[in-house]
Design a protein. Sequence first.
Length: 249
Amino acid sequence: MFGYTGVSSDVTAAKKGGEIDLESGDVLYPGIGFGENQLRWGFIRKVYGILSAQILLTTAISAATVLYTPINDLLRGNSGLLLFLIFTPFILLWPLHIYQQKHPLNFIFLGLFTASMSVTVGVSCANTEGRIVLEALILTSAVVLALTGYTFWAAKKGKDFSFLGPILFTSLFILILTGFIQMFFPLGSTSVAIYGAISAIIFSGYIVYDTDNLIKRFTYDEYIWASVTLYLDVLNLFLTILRMLKQEN
């Protein structure tokens, strides 16, 4: 189905050899069959491959936005264009969700979505000292790797994080509402620091929740949507850490 070589032979071997070895480091979670385990690992590798490409594209476009002065000046001097670019990813989410299983439209919309998100990230980085951007990048990478590793380890031990869904959704709604309120009633420095810390905790929770969904619940046809959710988790965590570090300096 996905072009993974050796899956059928692995399934045949599993039927001949019996149950999967639960002590093996490759088992994703207790109770999963050998064939399903191999297919799921292939799916996970595919999603992380797409996610890596998104992050590389974001890095390249952000770097161009920061280092190429004409682009930076254009965005700074044209608030209408900047506002359009900010709302473009939200607009592209609809066709991306509709056509997520239709190749090549899914990759076309994914590329447009990633590029539009990358420009807004580039603008945020352009208005921030380079040292702070590097610190935010290092901290984000460390947090993402730690949380991802923990979620895979916890899933193997039989832990489930599906209960986080309603909690995180409600927290995110309150976070967005508070952000809108700040536009009209600016908060003090202490409140802004607390808001940033809570935001970082929420997006860290989403990394755990969506990684758990990647391991157990996303179907094999949802590789585009799985990569989008993880990409947004990582990007939002990075921007939150960036704002927090910028506030402190």
